[in-house]
Design a protein. Structure first.
Length: 140
């Protein structure tokens, strides 16, 4: 099973404050453990919402709004994509995740990534095959 682990933004991450060297090293060791165990597929941090945009859809109308997104309570600071046997295994891995910004409470969110098998009869055999081909290339 694949899971996306979403790291939430803090006031510091939204302000563009970079983690200290020691924090990079600690998280780097955690990432190396996941790589060595063969569970890590991807891991990235993202820039503050002030450097992003949102596109709102309302029928045919599309509105682009520049960040920052101050009306949002929980913004994303980064993500991990992992492949493990169960949600419980994923939880066990990320209970060990070193908190980057020790001065601020935060949380991470874990969500299972859909696979072609989750769509049942709503997906044709051809569509399933296309998903399997994209998945083999690391695209989905």
């Amino acid at each position: 099973m694949r899971f996306m682990v979403i790291t939430k933004a803090t006031a510091n991450s939204e302000a563009g404050v970079q983690p200290a060297t020691e924090e990079f090293e600690t998280v780097g060791k955690f990432i190396e453990e996941m790589v060595d165990a063969g569970v890590l597929l991807a891991a990235e941090g993202i820039t503050p919402s002030s450097q992003g945009v949102r596109i709102y859809f309302d029928g045919e109308k599309k509105t682009v709004v520049d960040g920052p997104f101050t009306e949002t309570k929980e913004l994303i600071a980064g993500f991990f994509l992992v492949e493990v046997k169960s949600l419980e295994e994923c939880v066990e891995w990320f209970k060990r995740f070193p908190q980057m910004d020790k001065g601020e409470p935060t949380n991470i969110e874990i969500r299972r990534v859909y696979g072609a098998e989750d769509f049942g009869d709503n997906m044709t055999a051809e569509q399933r095959e296309a998903v399997v081909e994209r998945d083999a290339k690391g695209i989905w």
